[in-house]
Design a protein around this ligand. Sequence first.
Ligand code: SF4
Length: 208
Amino acid sequence: MMISILLDYLNELYPNAICELKYNKDYELLLAIVMSAQTTDKRVNEVNSILFTRYDSLEKLANAEIKDIEDIIKPIGTYKKKSIFIKEICQRLVNDKIVKLPNNREYLESLPGVGRKTANVFLSVIYNEPAIAVDTHVARVSKRLLLASDDDSPLIIEHKLMKRIPKASWSMVHHQLVFFGRYKCKSIKPDCYNCLLKDYCNYYKKRR
Ligand code: SF4
């Protein structure tokens, strides 16, 4: 498939795709991205409206009881592990005297629970850095459209996409692919009937 076909279609469907996680402070976004693994942004926003109101500073979250964090974020799943990450990240930021999270991938990825995908989303949203974060939606869509192979790792998919998509569009395409995967090319029952990419889609061809 010509990459321009995909990009044009995404622009038509989602001209204003943005990060749907809600946050007021930069560290709140970082924590929200960590929390968003294996759940929906909507659920993360719901628990965070409680968490970030009760603990409205980095210091307060760093000193919060793990049990209380767990009770608040329970609805998002894998909450025990995520609660530990939340507390440990805040403790590191307080200990390192971080007032504003830096535009520094190495530092971000040194924080507990923060991997390349989380750093990519954070850097792209907060610092407008060109990046393609490969989450479950981006990976699924890329494989279905044969932009990546079934056994490609997220890092390989990221490199394949970066090779084909102009750098200036990386961040926007990331958000658009997330929207496309979340609302149209869903894991179960994708809306193939109304999708203009049918002719290029391996999943659709196989299903027929
Ligand atoms: S045809 Fe279906 S599976 Fe293929 S990209 Fe479109 S929505 Fe996704």
